[in-house]
Design a protein around this ligand. Sequence first.
Ligand SMILES: Cc1ncc(COP(=O)(O)O)c(C=O)c1O
Length: 475
Amino acid sequence: MTDVIKKENKSTKVKAPIVEALKKAYENPTYQFHIPGHTKGNGSLPEFRKLIGKKALSLDTTDEFDNLGTLHPATGPIKEAQELAAKAFGAKKTFFLLNGSTIGNLAFAMGLTKKGQKIIINRNCHRSALAGMIISGADPVWVVPNRLEDWGIWGNISPESIEEALKNNDNVGMVWITNPTYEGVISDIKSIALICKKHNVPLIVDEAHASLWNFNDHLPESALKLGADAVLHSLHKTGGSMSQSSMLHVAENSKIDVAALEKALKLLHTTSPSMLLLASLDAARANLESQRGKKQLERAVLNAKYLRREIDKLEHIHHLQPDFGYKTDVTKVFIKADGLSGKRLESILEIDFNIEVESASDEGLLLLSNMGNTRADMQYLIKCLQKIDKSHYSDICYLENKKHMPMLSPIIKMSLRDAYYSEKETLAKDKCIGRISGEVIAECPPGIAVLLPGELITEAHMPYLVDYDFIEVIK
Ligand SMILES: Cc1ncc(COP(=O)(O)O)c(C=O)c1O
């Protein structure tokens, strides 16, 4: 197949104010008597400087200097870039985030809720949401999504479960849900948003894995367009920016307290934001809006469809397809192989074929068809899967008796924040059954809770705790 990117129209240039300001600063260097103290790489370890390049270190600076603007409050090129991002994603306001979507989740809880309130939230939320609730003191009301048992992953959140939680609880600060799941399973956000509006409660959607949705018609609709009040996008995950850089978008008709959110972000953010990371967000948005970026994304979608078609021809390897009652993001290809655990399939791909996947779990593993992947990448992957399909690999992971994807319903004994700050003791794991957990156990990936402070530890938790010798429990 001809690579679509080769046909790129070079004449279309999209504005990227931070990138332009950084370029200007690089081309007009000053005598620098400020942070960062490596001073354009002169003070760095030579091996490191050689590895990443002097230019990268010269560009490593923070806000305030060289007319680059400031992050809090947003001024200059940073303000302009955030405004362009808001327009591109269809938001009323966009905040650039460092420390990933993690800081967005912390700010949602800290800025929009307080102790004594409740937050209706899906149990398979990311651990950053848990940290947010520990900070704010609002108590989670857990909504347990559907489970896709055959695939060993969480499924969609039903609108009915949100409606029920809203009917059964008062003083709800917000409904806060993850969409899509890590593996790309989608919930009916439109219906959930209507229910939230009926109850006059804001809907916040952790769309960490959905930053591409607004830029391709074959991808699902972003919650920003379906009635949510605010969403998070980990641009660094799939959108093309550098690791740790994310965006928080407030929807056009949102009624959330944006000033309170901004105050929380200011308190939580570093006071030395990396201009490289901010520029990478600006560049990622500009790329997604450009003809080139659109073609890259189209290629990612076509590659994913191609991969799925080829997997359909295999006998023992399967991919998660849209099924009854839920939909998926086509670019997130969750596969499983008969007779092999996800972890075993991951190690076969890694050791025998030099392929690194996004994540693996008990039943299967997740492959991302990214904007940067070529057709040749896909062809290689397919060739390897074909070989595995015909081979007789045996599973060995079951010997560990270890589980990876937490799929349990919690038994809550104490409030999350109170338990987190209670006096604790550390016990050998086998002495902990029947005790109340004092710590967050949520390994990444997927960063979903096995146990939270305040929850009863039972026999069912043990297969998830194989790597733990000791656990903190409430005294
Ligand atoms: C659903 C979800 N939300 C938030 C996060 C945190 O994102 P980041 O890594 O950008 O801090 C993750 C990370 O995996 C996630 O899966």
